[in-house]
Ligand binder design. Sequence first.
Ligand code: NI
Length: 175
Amino acid sequence: MALREILHYPEPLLKQKSLSVTEFNDELKQLAADMVETMYDAPGVGLAAPQVGVLQRLIILDCSGSDAPNDLLVAVNPELISGDGDSLEEEGCLSVPGYWASVKRYANATLRYQDTDGNVHEREADGLLAIGIQHEIDHLEGVLFVDHLSPLKRSIFRKKYMKMLREKEAENAEA
Ligand code: NI
């Protein structure tokens, strides 16, 4: 297992669509294992393959809490097959560090996915997991949570975020 580098906005690869997984081989299992290690290390509650630079339809989630994570979901070719109810919760993203915003999502979601052996499963979710599923599937379409903000909020985000990046770069240059 190995930690992978997490790509940050505005990395262009994060805007690309991921391809369906067709080979359930050791490479896929290795990628999933690396992503799990990377997510727990961050720490975060979800990670999608494009965030580590791999344009494949693979997401992982563990919304059980970072003190004692115990509900790992590894979903290959995940599909939202139904969603209902409204939810408006604050979200963050390992690819958009230091920024959080409320995003409108379904409150309940049913996920169909394959495991790393190719077996098909379904899982119903609510709460944080339902939100996480929608957030991570978005990544596979090249969509970040900030893309759901109103044009005004998005432009405020961009200004704040790019300013923060410039400050970080300046700090690094001094160090
Ligand atoms: Ni994210």
